[in-house]
Write a protein that binds this ligand. Sequence first.
Ligand code: F6P
Length: 341
Amino acid sequence: MSVIGVLTGGGDCPGLNAVIRAVVSRSVSTHDNDVVGILNGWEGLMRGQTKHLDRDDVRGIIAKGGTILGTSRLDPYVHGDGYASVAKTIQANDIDVVVVIGGDGTLRSALKLAEEGLPVVGVPKTIDNDIAATDVTFGFDTAVQIATEAIDRLTTTAEAHNRVMLVEVMGRTKGWIATYATIAAGGDALLIPEVPYDINEVAKIIKARHRRGHRYSIVVVSEGVEPPDDEAVAEQVDAFGFKRLGGVAYQIAPHLERITGFETRVTVLGHLQRGGTPTAYDRVLGTRFGVAAADIAARGETGVMVAARGMEMVPVPLADACAEIRGVDDALYNTATTFFG
Ligand code: F6P
């Protein structure tokens, strides 16, 4: 019998509880392993905050947002001295493998710990969908669904008033949520970090639409785009060194209003995209990631991340997943822009 530790790190994400439920149930029922839940991400591993988890502890949680384990943005390489700062908790709980459910920051720390000797299995978590080496991350579908519904609603009120609406969505350095929501809701312009934008070109699209009698335009803005020339950006950073984003659309809106002459309003969706119940797709995807992680951990295969490849869940080297942040490809971006103008 092995002892499997499980933690959730970084920002929360719809579907985390589905993964935890699957890791625990599969480890206990199928592999006869024990599971120790590590509370509050890396903080729990550094400070010995743990909880034994059995099948009964994870019943009835699949539909819940958030994470029953809690999370934090503490990091063993920023707030501790790497492996040495987690070794005590690992030894005290006889943990053989840690399943680390996290985004790029958490997985990069997992990779460093793995290089220092900690046996880890990663699970890619983020609404941003930007982890390399996997086709998709859980939580993304829920965020896109929420953004799409918001745009649908903003469209009718925009049309009533002949307004331009800027809808700012999350995604940090990549525009996956923005691009999918634009395609799904029929947005009229799209600004993502991967593609530099020209505000005059955006204004041209909007003016042409309104000239043809359309009484609204929806511009989807990914939070990580650059603000218009010469304007300052907020520079608050978290433990992983990530900028705290949110509000760039407020900097862009007055420029668009000035050039187009149409009243331009802003909605920033923010954490609404991360909260609440996961979609059925994310519950299933999270479950598949969790089952695969438990199986891989039971085989003693470590230093890997579970990746979704087509219909399969496969282990890939953790280093591959951390090698880059995956952005929107040209083909997908062009699919969205096909409908502009
Ligand atoms: O990485 C997920 C994410 O939701 C990003 O889209 C966003 O920029 C960031 O986390 C916000 O993090 P926090 O909730 O810590 O401010």
